[in-house]
Design a protein around this ligand. Sequence first.
Ligand SMILES: *Cc1c(COP(=O)(O)O)cnc(C)c1O
Length: 342
Amino acid sequence: MRARLDVDLDAFAANLQRIRETVAPAQHMLVVKDDAYGHGLSMIVPRAVACGLGWFGTFDVSTALAVREAAGPAPRVLAWTIYDDTDIDDAVAGGIELGVGDDGLLDDVARRARATGSPARVHLKIDTGLHRNGIRPEGWAATVARARGYEAEGLLSLDGVWSHIAEASDEEDDAARAVFMQASAALEDAPVLRHLAASAAAFARPEFRFDLVRIGAFAYGIRPAGGPSDQALGIRPIATLVAEVVAVADGAAVVDVGSVDGLDSRLAGRLSAATPAGPREIVGIDAFTTRIRLWDGARLGDEVALLGGRAPSTATDAAELLGTIGEQILLRISPRVPRRYR
Ligand SMILES: *Cc1c(COP(=O)(O)O)cnc(C)c1O
């Protein structure tokens, strides 16, 4: 296909720098779930390491192991979705730290350490209201005591306490933070790393930063739908969807990307593309092609930028038209669209 997703690694580095300055002295854990939000983990991770990133975060252990492979031995890597004993063993062997949000998993981690002789590094998760997983506040003291007991036996080290917040309303987030503060106070005898915020709260609310912030979206230049502008945040989108003109017909330039590749057909008539002659309306999005209002001198092989950093509209701009979030727009771009790094 004659289309690609251009990923600008210098823009990525600039976003990382912006995050570092904003959240300091808290550290930045770069969240790279979903293949680095569709940008390609194998290129994103080494660049982040070169920029001095010391922490990475993923859902699953297999992604965490891919991060370890790409990042080398030094950075710390946390995975927070652990399915079974194999995950536990693989994580510990690969130097991956485990987010643990229930007592059963805590016991499993200790049992595997007893069997293998290798202690795990554990970050305990308190449920601060999202109810996704996490230890309920009423059970927290008992779980901490249990974890400390395993620690005394040399089966694990308790390295962190964390939670995830909705970042939908300040009131809810404040209530979650109060629960989180109480939970961390229970660990004050031997302090551990505390992490609570993702992109939005880490930027807007200093009191949510604690020791570490887990940021994905802003690192890739994805601003929140309905939230502050890229300029206000000081970030920019690092990806641009680019396609070549493969036909000129009926007053339109036809480019080689379509809804099957992840460009939502409902965006037709609502966005412009950057063409060699300036912005032109996207008039139709079909399964395999997209039609753009013709410009003077359009030629086969001309490139247009449809969406992203070098296009008139970003992923979040498109998301706002469709009632979704920028991450979803990017994750829909098919893996068959090649990524190109510059
Ligand atoms: C995805 C995720 C993040 C990062 O959120 P962004 O809004 O992309 O910065 C942080 N923590 C957890 C648990 C996540 O799942």
